[in-house]
Design a protein around this ligand. Sequence first.
Ligand SMILES: C[S@@+](CC[C@H](N)C(=O)[O-])C[C@H]1O[C@@H](n2cnc3c(N)ncnc32)[C@H](O)[C@@H]1O
Length: 362
Amino acid sequence: MATTPALHDALLDFTSRENWDKFFALRGDGDSFEWYAEWPQIKAPLLSMLLGEEGTEILVPGCGSSSLSEQLYDLGFRRITNVDFSRVIVADMLRRHARVRPQMRWRVMDMTNMQFPDGSFDFILDKGGLDALMEPEVGTKLGMKYLDEAKRVLKSGGKFACFTLAESHVLDLLLSEFRFGWDMTIQAIASEPSSKSAFQTFMVVMVKGKMGVVRTIKSLVDQSAEYCNMQQANAVIHALQNENKIRESHNSGVDILFSLRDLQLGAIGDLKVIVPGRRRQLILGEQGSSLYCYKAVLMDAKNQNETFVYHCGVFIVPKVCYILSIRTCAYAVFFYYYYCLTESLSQSLPLSCNKPSKTETQ
Ligand SMILES: C[S@@+](CC[C@H](N)C(=O)[O-])C[C@H]1O[C@@H](n2cnc3c(N)ncnc32)[C@H](O)[C@@H]1O
């Protein structure tokens, strides 16, 4: 993309609405503009994902002034909702398309907080939207918020296609946030023959599947192929190999130590549903950001008929922590006393729990 210094200055921070308004105002209205990946290059891979189903409800978050939606509309996909938080660009797109493409919808909306009911869309088409939220200074906060929203508004079985430069912090987020319950494929988008683009675009597609199921990623990014940026391609290949190792270990039957985020992402299914007798190890706290990390155990008791008072009890005792879900209070008390007893008798730890590790001093 060729930018003037004024345009460049307008976008010093990609997460700021004011900056985007300024950027689109300076660019002027009336024509479309692609941040990366042009229609001729993405048409075939995209249509193979859309499978020609013209009634498909499509959401395009961070639509900007891309021609992507109008190309799809003109192919017969009429149910397209475009979202951008820049009033300037949404007003411009409405002006340009309202008469010619009357069924296309345009909404001024923050994609990290979308005003759509759960399960509204069959297909989410993101080109540069996630990338724009992942400013290194902001960390992963906005990206995570957006991905939570995207998952929420997607129907079960729906697809989320993300066109991205797959920088390591963006790819890492996609890989971990879509690890449990999603089928994932990745491919590189061919570069325009005439362009000397320095960056390679990738299409990452996630299909919303059954909660908790872990599948390895299907990759069409190949070490022996030619890409416009081999460094980028090799980094993607390397990250996918590592991620697939993690995913294979989840299916190996080994007792994995989950993070709290893994559980929130559905690593062991819906946490609101009791699975009698379930027992899973997890780590509380984050390496690198938490002062202390605790190894903990989540346990669901076996079914009992009597009523219970507490929905959840968290018992943190020196050197060991148990998170206990509904109906487990009696067990918790038992473990606590068992711990005190064994601790005072032998000064050793009960069961097989490790000492908490101090990860960092601040
Ligand atoms: C990199 S551009 C991509 C535009 C277009 N999809 C394309 O391929 O050319 C990012 C777009 O996301 C929009 N955007 C950034 N943060 C947003 C947010 N939180 N909510 C909605 N739109 C946002 C910007 O206004 C901009 O139009």
